[in-house]
Design a protein around this ligand. Structure first.
Ligand code: DAH
Length: 377
């Protein structure tokens, strides 16, 4: 096409003298293009073609330059360079951030599913544990995590020189002591709820029965692959007339069957806790080896038995239990000659991570806020 051709609307007859008015109009058009492109709702390809394509608006505008004199050409040339950069830049940015602009909506595309999270695995475990106990008549309660020494230690029969009352074991809060209830601590166990629950029930009903499950955060000065300074415990407490060890064992059996599977058995072993007499440690049978401690393996040596790597003994230890010590009943205002009770206290994290298949070798991951890890549950 010759420069004189008037086939395009923007081509101006070379012979007619260029005026400053023409340059002004040219500048205006360039400005308009910059504004116009920002209003478009075209697709990227359409946008490119309309503005920067062979017959695009930029090409048409730049064709006007032939009508300008040398000085005007220089100005117009600079302006065109600038305009081209501006348009290209705008389109490039849209390619990077397609959601920044209104685009044509394709109603035939499948919708975007909003991602749905889930509650933290430990919160899931707490819900499950509450459900299991609530179904057999326990009341879920929660008592202070920032607690008086009286409820955390003294009232549950722990002597002043007990190692857990040491600064190396327990977090003490730097605050004035209470004249009767002593110092303030971050409670190191949920056993603080025992005497608090006795007080609540006596105040409300005047006498037992008590069937409580207290699930709360607890704090100890220890952090390694099997401990976090903040962890959770669940504490059971049952007090009534004629409560005995069989009630305790039956309750634990029920829990392990519900939580770990119907073939799971529980076992209690003599132990020592200050707040219970007698006291026990509680184990449950390993679901991988069915409590035998042996697992059948077939390899190059043929079929043979090997030690179960998950439990090493057939059993997993989960926590403590026992019959409530008479001193604890007395501290809660309950007559130990009339009433007896049992209690148990287990760690939620440990109870949960001993579920078959979890096999977590670093418990701290639970609180790492690492979504790649947490989304697996
Ligand atoms: N409070 C104990 C601890 O944190 C666990 C415990 C053991 C609680 C025996 C009990 C119990 O209620 O009877 O290690």
């Amino acid at each position: 096409m010759s420069p004189n051709s008037n086939q395009t609307q923007t081509t101006i007859d070379k012979k007619s003298a260029p005026t400053n008015g023409q340059l002004k109009a040219f500048i205006n058009q360039a400005d308009q293009l910059k504004q116009q492109i920002r209003q478009e709702t075209l697709s990227l390809a359409e946008l490119k073609q309309k503005y920067l394509g062979k017959n695009g608006l930029f090409k048409k505008l730049s064709a006007q330059i032939t009508t300008f004199d040398a000085d005007q050409k220089r100005q117009a040339g600079q302006l065109l360079n600038h305009l081209k950069d501006n348009l290209t830049h705008y389109i490039d940015n849209l390619t990077k951030e397609p959601l920044n602009r209104q685009s044509k909506i394709d109603l035939t595309l499948p919708g975007l599913k909003s991602t749905q999270g889930h509650i933290h695995p430990i919160s899931q475990a707490i819900e499950e544990i509450s459900d299991i106990f609530e179904k057999i008549g326990f009341v879920r309660v929660r008592y202070p995590e920032v607690e008086w020494d009286w409820y955390a230690f003294e009232a549950v029969n722990m002597p002043k020189n007990h190692p857990s009352r040491d600064e190396w074991e327990t977090f003490f809060v730097d605050a004035p002591s209470h004249h009767d209830k002593g110092k303030i601590v971050l409670t190191p166990h949920t056993s603080n709820g025992q005497v608090r629950e006795m007080e609540r029930v006596l105040k409300k009903y005047g006498k037992p029965p008590i069937r409580m499950v207290n699930i709360a955060r607890t704090y100890r000065r220890q952090q390694d692959v099997t401990h976090t300074q903040m962890f959770h415990q669940f504490e059971g407490l049952v007090i009534d007339e004629d409560i005995n060890i069989q009630h305790l064992k039956g309750t634990i059996d029920h829990f392990v069957r519900e939580f770990y599977g119907p073939n799971t058995k529980s076992r209690i072993r003599p132990f020592h806790f200050k707040f219970t007499e007698p006291s026990f440690e509680v184990d449950f049978s390993c679901s991988l080896c069915d409590g035998t401690g042996q697992i059948e393996v077939t390899d190059e040596k043929g079929k043979h038995q090997e030690k179960c790597k998950f439990c090493k003994s057939g059993w997993h230890e989960v926590g403590g239990a026992g019959m409530v010590h008479p001193n604890v009943l007395k501290a809660g205002g309950i007559d130990p000659d009339k009433y007896t009770g049992f209690a148990f206290g287990w760690g939620v994290e440990r109870t949960y991570t001993l579920r078959e298949g979890l096999n977590l070798d670093d418990i701290r991951l639970l609180y790492s806020a690492d979504l790649n890890f947490l989304q697996q549950f």
